[in-house]
Design a binder for this molecule. Structure first.
Ligand code: NAI
Ligand code: MG
Length: 500
């Protein structure tokens, strides 16, 4: 086991675990209880380091620091321009430390290091830059009153914000959450997922180097209960933004209702359909479907876990998508050319294998995969089921693993009906060359984001979030700022004014 601060090298990538304490009020500190917990390498299940474990009393301390920074500190009071400049410097620092951060992300999360370097890390600095540019463009409206009054609105930061993130995209989630909150002038208490605490702590230190004042960004490592629950129940937190399971999202809403009615945004699970029409280029459709489910080992809320293929190309598609899955390179995520690393931990690994069993028991046809790979770490074969129905467990529940389910349909009406036959509504995809079909389907799918002839394309300016049980609110884009702002209306009489 590596001690805190030990240097390690993984296939030529140097990784140093520098930060393992809680980040409160601009300082790294131990938990008040002195407790720590182990964080693991998903390639082996071995311990990487021990990390301070936040309890309720540490949440209280972090909230106190954030409250003080909000009520008395410079961050909410400085101009948006100044906040934006500091955030832009923060983005520079993330870029300068990209290689080290990518390697640390891979060590703790198991995603291929090439993806961490080329996708995750650039997404982080881009979203930070997007909102650094938005910080000086937050303004209200001048109202057109019916009487002799002047009215206008102010968009004020909501206050102290609690942010709870999951383990599948630890850093992307960290920056997706903190960037709009910082731009708005809020102060933050963020809890990382218990599986992946390391990179966020590294980035807490970069925030300090960039000049984000003490107390503005507090980062806690710890478990859903007690630390996450203490955030969602806290009487002095004004808003919580959460990404994770629908089950935990429900608990967070309940906690908000039972405490101070804090505002809640939730980005939850999905069971997203990818609808492939007869006119599609089959090779392209196969590639898209493959990426749309196997990206990030299937651990993505937007994963296209229901692939709907129109009957005319069904047989050809199935044959080719199975061949494609068999070519997937699975192995150590630090090795060049590896597409798929391990699942995050034993719990998720067991859960996915259990779903594969359900699929077999419920009568779906297992076309390829279905087994673990090796006897160490949490590797699972890319798995494909055909003859899946929407009421089977694998057809309706989020598996969060490398398991593709294939369905078929005859007409566009049937595609719409079946595609929407889910309690979720996070994303959807369409593959067709026919613009009329694309327009009709994109308007008919009940989901927060629809990709036509592409999938999982994200952008700072592209809002993202759920219909139905996939969540509440939107992240990214200017829409997300409204989650961190209050609207205040100010009215004053007009005397001797030439016009209203
Ligand atoms: P989870 O929703 O329980 O955990 C996500 C975050 O919530 C973590 O930081 C966790 O510590 C925190 N949390 C857990 N219980 C809490 C509570 N009572 N109050 C406040 N915070 C709490 O997800 P988990 O257990 O890691 O994964 C279970 C399933 O959730 C996955 O199989 C997947 O289906 C789904 N999931 C969806 C994600 C998404 O991106 N939408 C991300 C992670 C998981
Ligand atoms: Mg959980």
């Amino acid at each position: 086991m590596a001690a805190h601060g030990a240097n390690q090298t993984h296939k030529g990538y140097p990784v140093t675990v520098k930060y393992t304490q809680l980040f409160i009020n601009g300082e790294f500190v131990d938990a008040i209880s002195g407790k720590t917990f182990e964080t693991y390498d998903p390639r082996t299940g071995d311990v990487i380091a021990r990390v301070a474990e936040a309890g309720k009393e540490d949440v209280d301390l972090a909230v106190k620091a954030a409250r003080n920074a909000f009520d008395n500190g410079p961050w909410p009071r400085m101009s948006g321009y100044e906040r934006g400049r500091i955030m832009s410097k923060y983005a520079d620092l993330v870029e300068q430390n990209m290689e080290e951060l990518a390697a640390l992300e891979t060590l703790n999360n198991g995603k291929p290091v090439a993806i961490a370097r080329l996708v995750d890390l650039p997404t982080c600095s881009k979203v930070l830059r997007y909102y650094s540019g938005a910080a000086d463009k937050i303004h209200g409206q001048t109202l057109k009153m019916a009487g002799p009054y002047q009215g206008y609105t102010l968009h004020e930061p909501i206050g102290v914000v609690g942010l709870i993130v999951p383990w599948n995209f630890p850093l992307v989630m960290f920056f997706n959450k903190i960037s709009p909150a910082l731009a708005s002038g809020c102060t933050l208490v963020l809890k990382t997922a218990e599986q992946t605490p390391l990179t966020a702590l590294y980035c807490a230190n970069l925030a300090r180097e960039a000049g984000i004042p003490p107390g503005v960004l507090n980062v806690l490592s710890g478990f859903g209960d007690p630390a996450g629950a203490a955030i969602s129940h806290h009487m002095d937190i004004d808003k919580v933004s959460f990404t994770g399971s629908t089950e935990t999202g429900r608990k967070i809403m309940e906690a908000a209702a039972k405490s101070n009615l804090k505002r809640v945004t939730l980005e939850l699970g999905g069971k997203s359909p990818l609808i492939i029409m007869n006119d599609a280029d089959v090779e392209e459709a196969v590639n898209l479907a493959h990426q749309a489910i196997y990206f990030n080992m299937g651990q993505a809320c937007i994963a296209a876990s229901r692939i709907y293929v129109q009957e005319g190309i069904y047989d050809e598609f199935v044959k080719k998508v199975v061949e494609r899955a068999k070519k997937q390179v699975i192995g150590d995520p630090f090795t060049d050319g590896v597409h798929q690393g391990p699942q995050i931990n034993k719990t998720q690994f067991d859960r996915i294998l259990q779903y594969i069993e359900y699929g077999k028991q419920e009568g779906a046809t297992l076309l390829t995969g279905g087994n673990r790979i090796g006897d160490k770490g949490f590797y699972i074969e890319p798995t494909i089921f055909s003859h899946v129905k929407e009421d089977m467990k694998i057809g309706k529940e989020e598996i969060f693993g490398p398991v593709m389910s294939i369905f078929t349909f005859k007409s566009i009406e049937e595609a719409i009906e079946l595609g929407n036959k889910t309690t979720y509504g996070l994303a959807g995809g369409i593959v067709t060359k026919n613009i009329d079909v694309a327009n009709r389907l994109s308007r008919s799918i009940r989901a927060g984001i629809v990709w036509i002839n592409c999938y999982a394309v994200f952008d700072g300016d592209a809002p993202f979030g759920g219909y139905k049980m996939s969540g509440i609110g939107r992240e990214n884009g200017l829409y997300d700022l409204s989650n961190y702002l209050q609207v205040k209306c100010v009215i004053t009489p007009l005397h001797h004014s030439p016009w209203l």
